[in-house]
Design a protein around this ligand. Structure first.
Ligand code: NAD
Length: 352
């Protein structure tokens, strides 16, 4: 039996995770969900949005699945999602983008996977506010070392890119390509401008690529990649990127296949894995039984594959594909008017 940590989250999180649990359980797979709370719900009660029992449960079970969690803008709290990824060293963010027949989209037959480095880059959270003594000290040190002027009213963010983390994520991408019978890995960067940081990422990618002669390797500058993905997405397969570019490219790829409602994700480390939809907590739709649970159900499919339950995963994927192909019972974002619960029950009725 598998025991998996379940974090329902905020906003629409509880509705979409409930849908996922129902669908996974409908396959008859031997799984127990251990529920722990994180986010706004526990914030008021425990004074932190991420209590220790959340970490304890994930460390014990090794696998978790979560709904989205609201990050209050400008408050003292770091994003719960970023904290989870960093504390648990979930260094690889995996986001497949696959077309389903019947889902309205400008493109057909898209089958891409974005693998994003999750722990460093400009998202590492090392920032210094404008006008503080710290930023003044940093500015004067940088000016001394680089002989460049920085405006004194600047805020400063730090972009660490290490060879260690770059090699680790690129190796993960190639391993993923081998395991999933993919043919090509493309590294994304802006090494023409950020020669030290992105240059190191690209160098590391080239080195690791030599260890995998059976997989084609190429690289693209991020701005060109955005255009290429819109014009010729069929040329790409597995895409590996540092944190910021990976974040942006993942959403772009979600847009190629019908949007956030159908985009699943996983955050994976050497020992632990946390699965979650790409979308956020969409607070304006919370409690309305209205949003699309597919992204979370498909995150459950990724989780089942991670657990080795490929048969159950295939059955759910087939059921969802069938529901989309029919196009009768769809949520609002895909042009229908079915409620979350109706859509979920319909998917369950199609599980063979
Ligand atoms: P969002 O993804 O929550 O919502 C943007 C819009 O996308 C929604 O208004 C809705 O129109 C649509 N949408 C999202 N999910 C949908 C679904 N399942 N079905 C149908 N339509 C859907 O993005 P946001 O408004 O930028 O963020 C809201 C909050 O979520 C913020 O606090 C943000 O920090 C947080 N967030 C959390 C995560 C996470 O937990 N991993 C990820 C992204 C954003």
């Amino acid at each position: 039996m598998h025991t998996v940590t379940l974090i329902p989250g905020d906003g629409i999180g509880p509705e979409v995770t409930e849908a996922m649990v129902k669908v996974v359980e409908a396959t008859g797979v031997d799984i127990k969900f251990e529920k722990v709370e994180a986010g706004g719900i526990v914030m008021e009660r425990e004074g932190t949005p991420l209590p220790e029992d959340v970490f304890d449960s994930i460390r014990k079970n090794k696998v978790a699945i979560k709904g989205p969690i609201t990050t209050p803008i400008g408050s003292g709290f770091r994003s719960v999602n970023v904290s989870l990824r960093q504390t648990l060293n979930l260094y690889a963010c995996v986001r497949p983008a696959k077309s389903f027949e019947g889902i309205p989209s400008r493109y057909e037959n898209i089958d891409l996977v974005v693998i994003r480095e999750n722990t460093e880059d400009i998202y590492s959270g090392i920032e210094f506010d404008h006008g503080t003594p710290e930023v003044r000290e940093i500015i004067s040190k940088i000016e001394e070392l680089s002989e460049r002027k920085i405006r004194e009213d600047s805020a400063i963010g730090i972009k660490p890119i290490s060879r260690f983390a770059s090699e680790r994520i690129v190796r993960f991408a190639f391993d993923y390509a081998v395991r999933n019978r993919r043919k090509k890995v493309t590294a994304i960067h802006k090494a023409n401008i950020m020669k030290a940081t992105d240059g190191l990422f690209l160098d590391s990618a080239r080195d690791i690529a030599k260890e995998f002669p059976g997989i084609e390797f190429d690289n693209r500058i991020v701005d060109n990649m955005c255009m290429q993905l819109v014009k010729k997405p069929e040329l790409y397969d597995v895409i590996v990127a540092p944190n910021l570019f990976g974040d942006i490219i993942s959403d772009l790829c979600a847009g190629l296949v019908g949007g956030l409602g159908v985009a699943p994700g996983a955050n994976i480390g050497d020992e632990l894995a946390v699965f979650e939809p790409v979308h956020g907590s969409a607070p304006k739709y919370a409690g309305l039984d209205k949003v699309n649970p597919t992204a979370t159900i498909l995150s459950g499919v990724l989780m089942l594959r991670h657990l080795g339950e490929n048969e159950a995963a295939d059955r759910i994927e087939k059921a969802i594909a069938e529901v989309f192909r029919e196009g009768k019972i769809l949520t609002y974002d895909l042009g229908g008017n079915a409620k979350t619960s109706e859509f979920t029950d319909y998917v369950i009725s199609k599980i063979e």
